[in-house]
Design a protein around this ligand. Structure first.
Ligand code: 4NP
Length: 157
């Protein structure tokens, strides 16, 4: 039974949200609880629809044993707000964009930010690494590993 349906959302769905999907999936697998979760990711934009995750993001992720396999798709309010229990935005801009697409208060209640679940880090956003250097990709993974733990604890407590 998939008790928890979680969708991670960023702008392009090629860096942060496919990584969040892989990191969170690895965490629930480590906890032996994979069967309880349906996990997916999407982008608010259509810029990279149909593409694999960014090669730089893939290379940083693989060093930590995360395989980014998802293909980019655009968030679809008419399907995704119904299908998912929790919609996790990577930054404030993604959050506001999702909020603007909410059809009713029930949709809006499903929206959270990944950094709401941080345990050790103190960031308001998972910063967009696309136009920066390798340290930005490492920071994405650090923040996602930390918040995945917090998110899992919150959902299963
Ligand atoms: P993401 O990163 O939102 O983490 O997938 C980005 C990917 C592409 C662009 C911006 C951010 N872009 O401008 O094309």
């Amino acid at each position: 039974m998939k008790n928890f349906k979680v969708l991670f959302v960023c702008l392009g769905n090629i860096c942060r949200s496919p990584s969040a999907e892989a990191v969170f999936r690895a965490y629930v697998e480590k906890k032996g609880n994979a069967d309880s979760f349906f996990i997916d990711s999407a982008g608010t934009s259509d810029y990279h629809v149909g593409e694999e995750a960014d090669k730089r993001m893939q290379q940083h992720a693989i060093k930590r044993n995360y395989h980014l396999t998802s293909i980019a798709r655009q968030f679809d309010p008419d399907k995704d707000f119904d299908q998912f229990d929790l919609i996790v935005a990577m930054d404030g801009e993604n959050y506001e964009h999702l909020k603007a697409m909410a059809r009713n208060p029930g949709d809006e209640q499903k929206l959270v930010k990944m950094t709401d679940f941080s345990i050790r880090h103190d960031y308001d956003d998972v910063p967009d690494p696309y136009f920066g250097g390798s340290e930005g990709f490492e920071l994405v993974l650090d923040l996602l590993e930390d918040a995945s733990e917090g998110l899992y604890e919150k959902l299963t407590r």
